[in-house]
Design a protein around this ligand. Structure first.
Ligand code: ADP
Ligand code: MG
Ligand code: MG
Length: 199
């Protein structure tokens, strides 16, 4: 079973990975965006880690909803409301249970990923974070490791795609040949999940 401490550690690990990879995420956002994805998420996840340390919510649902609200209020770019919605809606789906099973978490994350699709109007294949999130959540019932692998493969598979949502879509065919920054950062969330489960 997964408790609040597990989810706090997950997001703290995600903040550390985002911090480590910020430069690469911003570099990916240069040719097909406005070169701020790394700094956007670095600022957002640092605020999430600080808030979780200060408030230490005691249920998985409360950890995720607080983190989601923090991302929405800290990150101005498209990714803030999208990741914020992912965490907030996942948290809401978990309710106020003190512990949740891996399957309950997988089901709740599916609700969160669906909410990202509804908010941004994107579907898999549009060259967005959903290209990593959707295959990852599909694999999550199997294991955290399978979800990580699916997210990484999904992120790599965005390279040949033409963007149909977000800033990169303004480039039309010129968006082809570049890996999507948001799909890349989504894969980091699943790296952090595996790290947390193995700790
Ligand atoms: P901005 O584009 O506002 O500068 P970021 O650079 O932080 O925001 O985030 C860009 C990422 O957000 C993209 O790489 C993409 O994965 C994701 N994204 C943008 N628009 C959408 C959307 N409508 N649906 C899902 N993801 C999106
Ligand atoms: Mg950007
Ligand atoms: Mg921006």
């Amino acid at each position: 079973m997964l408790d609040a401490a597990f989810f706090r550690q997950w997001l703290t690990s995600a903040a550390a990975l985002v911090d480590r990879e910020a430069e690469r995420l911003t570099e990916l956002d240069s040719p097909i965006g406005d070169a701020d994805h790394g700094s956007n998420l670095q600022r957002g996840f640092a605020a999430v880690a600080a808030t979780l340390e200060k408030d230490a919510p005691t249920t998985p649902g409360a950890v995720l909803t607080l983190a989601g609200r923090q991302l929405i209020s800290t990150v101005g770019g498209a990714s803030g409301p999208l990741y914020g919605t992912l965490l907030r809606r996942t948290g809401k789906a978990l309710g106020d249970a003190a512990e949740v099973s891996e399957q309950e978490f997988a089901d709740a994350l599916r609700t969160g990923v669906d909410a990202v699709g509804a908010l941004g109007g994107a579907v898999p294949g549009d060259k967005t974070m959903l290209d990593a999130l959707v295959p990852a959540v599909d694999a999550l019932s199997e294991s955290f490791g399978a979800a990580r692998e699916a997210a990484n493969e999904g992120a790599l598979a965005t390279t040949p795609l033409q963007a149909r949502k977000g800033r990169a879509s303004y480039l039309g065919e010129r968006s082809i040949g570049h890996q999507d920054p948001g799909a890349t950062s989504s894969a980091l969330l699943f790296d952090a999940l595996v790290q947390t489960a193995e700790a």
